[in-house]
Design a protein around this ligand. Structure first.
Ligand code: BGC
Length: 715
């Protein structure tokens, strides 16, 4: 499919950019490579006036709102020698004012098109506020839930994440219509930080880098991603922000990326702390030579590039090569024709269409983990509602992290959602629960109050600041006394429906079998309460499936389904195998897991052939039947295992999926294509190869489901 980076409009924009480039002074060129934050504009000293006059500013971050961006833009255009509008950027991660579920939640919908729609809506709101560029999507593979930034990405699986990466790029960039340029981050292997500790080193083999961490970036580039952000971490000893191999050889050379690279905030200066650069000038030289085009944020490029040119360490053609895509994209987004936005456009914030989408998304992303039949709620007369997320502060926490410009006061609380959905029920909201330690007496008081209702709903989990950047955690249990609270509520004998709202997989082993139902709602966004009520009442049947493994205990981490085969696979039959002595072999919930209020049956499964050529395609067909008494959606998953190869292969890999909605009693025929090309892996020469041989294939409901196993061969 065509994308904006291949469009005739891009070509025309590039021609204009080439003409403009010829007219710029060196200072103006370097200015285009320099991004600034709020401080430059708000400082008393009016530093911005000199910067504006000399053309030392190309872009702003986190300055937003039609009125503000219009004012800054007009000041800039009036003062500059050569008027070049600035491009305003921001972290539009899961919505702008209307907040959608977090990306990790969105991936649990197994519906990339949903993400495309959410990001297109977010782009429209952000565009109305004067933004033309978002620092998203984050397409880092995250296999360690201790890493707080797991909430910003699409989970642990490369195949699935790649589909979402492409969808997010299409959504944000809206095919060039009202484009919010996408910025895929954090390039690269940021999610591989050792121990899940943010900013930590990433030590990954080149094979794993290419096979696991880079494909989502490639998928986004193929979908037309305009920009890429270089990561904070080092990759095998070379900081990503000064990594010529990653930024130039792979990104531009192998992947054909035509846009520009912005460094992550402060990452160029941090080359000094990494011990990779001696001083700011050295850091600029190394980052720029490696392939960073724009610096976030500040004067380091302005201050150091001229001397580096004089010393012959950089060449003018290098500068031009970096300025050109920036100017091109400014033309492409229409900034030169219309540098301002109509303040009336902001009326689109929280419009009905976006709220409806947020509600729909909230229902599609939640994952039902346990249900003894209590859900959906029927004829419930009285509900006790408790847990730290039921308090007013929950309005912010239910939005999740990275929603800087959201409005928590607009969040529909769980209470409001339930009251609207079940107006006849008596809802007793019990305050007092917290995210920190609670005394036993306080827990008992909440439990005894709750015991007076038919059903107890407890909303527990994390504050929004507990995940996201620098949100690494060593402990994944429910924080504070929340676990004790749930257990005390269960002891009342009343059925407890536990809603977990968090930015990461939490360890739920101690409550799993005690509660009547466990619904992982993630951080659903503005329409949280309505979406949750839709699910609890059965107006919408849960269909989310996990995209990250939920560990039994934090000590199992990193635990991910597609790990390489070992010589001593764990079976539990004897001591000398790859497992821990003091916890189960299996995780609590596997990748791909999720329950529904209905049941699905897979039958008449057939493979188009039992052997395919290395350039061929296998088609797997099956009948999916909704055998229960509720309408609902199944997520049919296709996994493979390459039995013998020249490198050790994962025990299982997702290679296809289809989400199908079926009315109760209905059946449909589903076909999932498996091009042999998708069986390729990176060999020891770093080449993608499809090796002939035997494969296993599973059609499954989750990654641990082995009911339907098949064999085929690649010839
Ligand atoms: C984060 C990026 C973000 C940038 C700008 C950095 O600290 O790592 O993901 O885009 O800040 O807000």
């Amino acid at each position: 499919m065509d994308n904006i980076m291949n469009s005739p409009a891009y070509k025309a924009a590039r021609e204009k950019a080439q003409e403009l480039l010829k007219k710029l002074t060196l200072t103006e060129k370097i200015g285009q490579l320099s991004q600034f934050g709020n401080s430059i504009y708000s400082s008393e000293e009016k530093i911005y006036e000199d910067h504006f006059r000399e053309g030392k500013v190309g872009s702003f971050l986190t300055l937003r709102g039609a009125e503000k961006t219009n004012k800054i833009q007009s000041d800039l255009l009036e003062m500059q020698r050569t008027p070049i509008p600035a491009i305003f950027a921001d972290d539009v991660i899961h919505g702008y004012r209307t907040t959608f579920p977090t990306p990790i939640a969105q991936s649990c919908s197994w519906d990339p098109e949903l993400t495309e729609r959410c990001d297109a809506a977010a782009a429209k709101e952000a565009y109305a506020a004067g933004l033309k560029w978002t620092f998203g999507p984050m397409v880092d593979i995250a296999r360690d839930p201790r890493w707080g930034r797991i909430m910003e990405g699409f989970g642990e699986d490369t195949y699935l994440c790649s589909q979402f990466a492409a969808a997010a790029v299409r959504g944000f960039q809206d095919n060039g219509k009202t484009p919010l340029l996408a910025c895929m981050k954090h390039y690269a292997a940021y999610g591989a930080c050792v121990g899940g500790r943010d900013y930590n080193t990433a030590d990954v083999s080149l094979e794993t880098l290419h096979e696991v961490y880079l494909p989502p970036f490639k998928a986004g580039i193929d979908a037309g991603a305009a920009t890429v952000m270089s990561a904070f971490n080092d990759v095998n000893g070379v900081p990503a922000t000064a990594n010529h191999y990653l930024l130039t050889d792979v990104l531009r050379g192998q992947f054909g990326f035509k846009g520009f690279v912005v460094s992550d905030a402060g990452a160029v200066g941090e080359l000094i702390a990494h011990g990779f650069a001696a001083d700011p000038k050295d850091a600029v030289c190394k980052a720029f030579s490696a392939g960073v085009d724009m610096i976030m944020a500040g004067d380091m490029f302005n201050d150091n590039i001229p001397a580096l040119l004089e010393e012959g360490k950089l060449k003018m053609e290098d500068i031009d090569r970096s300025v050109l895509p920036i100017l091109t994209l400014k033309y492409l987004t229409g900034l030169f024709e219309e540098p301002y936005v109509d303040p009336d456009g902001e009326k689109i914030f929280f419009c009905e269409e976006h709220l409806a989408l947020a509600r729909e998304a909230g229902t599609q992303c939640a994952v039902l983990l346990e249900n003894n039949g209590i859900l959906p709620l029927k004829n419930v007369k009285s509900i006790a509602l408790t847990g730290p997320l039921t308090h007013p502060c929950g309005q912010a926490h239910l939005l999740g992290g990275w929603c800087g410009i959201a409005d928590p006061s607009r969040t529909v609380t769980i209470e409001d959602g339930l009251r609207a959905a079940i107006p006849d029920a008596n809802i007793n909201v019990i305050p007092g629960a917290t995210f920190v330690h609670m005394d036993k007496e306080d827990i008992d008081a909440i439990a005894s109050d709750a015991a007076g209702s038919d059903v107890i709903i407890a909303v527990v989990g994390e504050e929004n600041g507990m995940a996201g950047e620098a949100g690494s955690k060593a402990d994944l249990d429910l924080c504070g006394s929340q676990e004790d609270l749930i257990l005390a509520l269960c002891d009342t004998g009343r059925p407890v429906i536990c809603l977990v709202s968090a930015g990461r997989p939490l360890v739920l082993s101690k409550i799993k079998d005690k509660v009547a139902a466990l619904l992982n709602i993630w951080q659903p966004g503005t329409e949280a309460g309505n979406a949750v009520a839709d699910l609890l009442t059965g107006k919408v049947n849960p269909s989310g499936h996990l995209t990250t493994t939920f560990p039994y205990t934090v000590g199992q981490v990193p635990i991910y389904y597609n790990h390489p085969s070992t010589g001593r696979p764990a079976s539990g039959r004897w001591r000398f195998e790859s497992k821990y002595m003091d916890c189960p072999i299996e995780p609590l919930y596997p990748f791909g897991y999720g329950l529904s209020y209905t049941s699905f049956e897979y039958s008449e499964i057939s493979l188009s052939s039992d052997s395919i050529a290395a350039d061929g395609e296998l088609k797997v067909s099956l009948t999916v039947t909704n055998t229960g008494d509720q309408d609902g959606a199944a997520v049919v998953q296709l996994y493979v295992r390459d039995l013998v190869a020249s490198r050790v292969r994962p025990v299982k890999e997702l290679k296809g999926f289809k989400k199908v909605f079926l009315e109760k009693g209905a059946s449909t025929r589903v076909v999932i294509s498996l091009p042999a090309a998708n069986l390729a892996f990176v060999n020891s020469d770093l080449e993608w190869v499809v090796e002939p041989g035997q494969f296993k294939l599973w059609i499954a409901d989750n990654s641990a489901d082995e009911r339907f196993e098949f064999d085929f061969e690649v010839t």
